[in-house]
Design a protein around this ligand. Structure first.
Ligand SMILES: NC(=O)C1=CN([C@@H]2O[C@H](COP(=O)(O)OP(=O)(O)OC[C@H]3O[C@@H](n4cnc5c(N)ncnc54)[C@H](OP(=O)(O)O)[C@@H]3O)[C@@H](O)[C@H]2O)C=CC1
Ligand SMILES: CC(=O)N[C@@H](CCC(=O)OP(=O)(O)O)C(=O)O
Length: 342
């Protein structure tokens, strides 16, 4: 009888548990009736420390020791799945070690998101060391995922999640002109840059500014998802968490409001983590939730779509949890929605 059939909890490890997205994932795993958080790791440079000491807000919710990770730990790791909330290059190096031990990997970094290895030097600044794994990795934008996830799951980036969920229904429904290059402006809260201190993300420095013009690593990821070029301009805003993406496209002549609405309904009517809002979405309404809020306004052939997510949840940890639930045959929203597991 399989582990799933016996209803034994799926043993899991989180690497990068001291970081923002890893910490959220630890909390989600502890709230998920089908998973057990068996190990939590930070970098080798740290001493072991109780999780709640690193994140007091999770006291009495996450009771585990965060230990320093060294690659030797892979030999004694007794888990079915490891979640990697690590810098891209660390994920790229550690994932093959885990896979070789038969441990499924759910990677929150960008290490396995792009199918073309030659894009890594340009957009990530390094040459990929395991290009053979790019073909094996399954990109887990679950609202659009139709094939089995396998043992190497690559969780979409935060901006690409918001933008792809906004734009793909229209492209799939063939409502956008052939030569339209979607224009995307998206603003992220500061937690998007991770917990490590830096001058550009310190409290007194952050106002509202654009960055990464034309060369941000999420541009090729969005283009891979949509199958067309985009203009993508990320911004940093002075709030903690959330992404608001404004996406502009040109519709084919004569496309009606009903056709646009039908495209979104067709794509997402049965998707539990997508919400259509009555007014322009607000990051404050998605912060702390696993939802993506979508809204649009049309003026003739011009369409503006707004998309809001919590970068640490739907953009990272909740999306990883959603994928792992499906990967292990559990309800997609287990541990994510109150009452969803009843
Ligand atoms: N923040 C966000 O909004 C999102 C982040 N992501 C991705 O998730 C990953 C983590 O991001 P985030 O949580 O922001 O990052 P943080 O900087 O907050 O945390 C990174 C974590 O990784 C650990 N770490 C760093 N290097 C190593 C290593 N070589 N071996 C083992 N552990 C290591 C750090 O340990 P220590 O604390 O000891 O240094 C820390 O626990 C990144 O790839 C990021 O791109 C994805 C979507 C959204
Ligand atoms: C505000 C900020 O700095 N955001 C990060 C993106 C968030 C992130 O960690 O990227 P992934 O989703 O690819 O993992 C950035 O622009 O690099």
């Amino acid at each position: 009888m399989s582990v799933e059939q016996q209803n034994i909890k799926i043993r899991s490890a989180v690497l990068g548990a001291a970081g923002y997205s890893g910490a959220e994932l630890c909390a989600l795993l502890c709230a998920n009736p089908y998973f057990e958080l068996s190990y939590a790791f930070a970098s080798a440079g740290r001493s072991s420390e109780p999780f709640a000491q690193l994140y007091p807000r999770f006291q009495q919710q996450v009771d585990i020791l965060v230990e320093p990770w060294t690659d030797e730990r892979v030999e004694t790791l007794d888990v079915q799945v490891a979640f990697l909330a690590l810098p891209h290059e660390a994920s790229e190096a550690i994932a093959p070690l885990l896979l070789a031990k038969g441990i499924a990997v759910v990677d929150l970094s960008g290490a396995f998101r792009l199918k073309q290895a030659d894009l890594y030097p340009k957009y990530y600044g390094y040459a990929h060391q395991h290009p053979e794994l790019l073909a094996q990795a399954v990109y887990s934008l679950m609202e659009w995922q139709t094939t089995p996830l396998g043992d190497l799951v690559s969780v979409p980036g935060c901006y690409p999640t918001a933008c792809t969920l906004a734009l793909l229904p229209l492209l799939k429904a063939d409502l956008v002109t052939k030569d339209c290059i979607p224009v995307i402006s998206a603003t992220s809260g500061v937690s998007g840059a991770g917990r490590k201190a830096s001058l550009s993300t310190s409290f007194c420095e952050v106002g509202l500014n654009a960055y990464g013009f034309f060369k941000h690593r999420h541009r090729p990821e969005i283009e891979q998802n949509l199958g067309r070029k985009v203009v993508f301009t990320p911004h940093l805003g002075n709030f903690k968490r959330g992404i608001l993406a404004t996406c502009v496209v040109t519709l084919k002549a004569g496309v009606s409001a009903e056709q646009v609405a039908a495209a979104f309904q067709h794509a997402y009517a049965s998707k539990p983590l997508i919400r259509f809002t009555k007014n322009s979405p607000n990051v404050a309404d998605v912060a702390g939730t696993p939802f993506c809020d979508l809204y649009w306004q049309q003026d003739g052939e011009q369409l503006v779509i707004m998309s809001a997510i919590d970068n640490l949840l739907k953009g990272a940890a909740a999306q990883a949890m959603q994928a792992a639930n499906v990967r292990f045959g559990k309800p997609e929203t287990a541990g994510l929605l109150a009452g969803a597991n009843l």
